[in-house]
Design a protein around this ligand. Structure first.
Ligand SMILES: [Zn+2]
Length: 215
């Protein structure tokens, strides 16, 4: 396979509730997907710039589904970037941990039968997590970013970005409060996928997760 590359096709101003961002559309030599970068300020000028590498979640990001924490994590990441005045959020089109929307929706039905997110994926013949961060590293490098403060709870993502050539100088926690619909999902992330989420088990079996910074 020829060497992977990304091309920034266009950037434009997007006014959001968190302020004005620049949204850049990337094409690439790996897939036909529309990977995006959303940034504020000049990410290339900041050492260890605040960054989020977000994988698309139609149900969470667009519909506000309470099955997962994706939409809230994206919103929180945008708020943190706005607060810092500088930062970059990559929006990667790898829906459903890389298995696509169709298979993710099938996995949801298995989850409603009692299987957790990992087992549901395995039953459908997928890996627990099929995401790849090679393009993310190339997009960051294209934006002049070599070193980041990564907003994530996922150690696998840190490892993958580092092996793709991005220095993760620091991790910024992005834990969001659990609700009754996503508590099991978050618990599976913590227990089976090594996500760094603070788990609080209360005596009456309702397991809750709270933000690391106490908010
Ligand atoms: Zn989600």
């Amino acid at each position: 396979m020829s060497k992977l590359s990304v091309t920034r096709q266009v950037c434009t101003r997007i006014p959001t509730p968190h302020g004005d961002f620049q949204l850049c559309f990337y094409s690439n030599t790996l897939d036909n997907k529309e990977h995006l970068a959303l940034y504020m300020g000049d990410p290339s000028s900041a050492p260890a710039v605040l960054a989020r590498v977000h994988s698309e979640c139609f149900t969470g990001d667009v519909l506000g589904s309470r099955r997962c924490d994706c939409g809230e994590q994206l919103d929180r990441a945008m708020a943190k970037v706005a607060e810092a005045g500088c930062g970059v959020i990559l929006y990667l089109r790898q829906e459903g941990r890389g298995i696509g929307l169709l298979e993710k929706l099938r996995a949801y039905n298995l989850q409603d039968k009692g299987y957790d997110t990992v087992d549901a994926n395995l039953m459908l013949g997928h890996a627990a997590d099929s995401r790849d961060y090679t393009l993310a590293a190339l997009m960051l490098q294209d934006l002049g970013v070599e070193s980041i403060s990564l907003m994530t709870n996922n150690p696998a993502k840190i490892k993958a970005l580092e092996s793709a050539g991005i220095n993760v100088a620091r991790r910024v926690s992005l834990a969001v409060p659990a609700n009754t619909d996503n508590a099991d999902y978050l618990m599976t992330k913590a227990l089976r996928m090594e996500h760094m989420l603070p788990l609080n088990a209360s005596p009456n079996e309702s397991l809750s997760l709270k933000t690391a910074n106490g908010r």
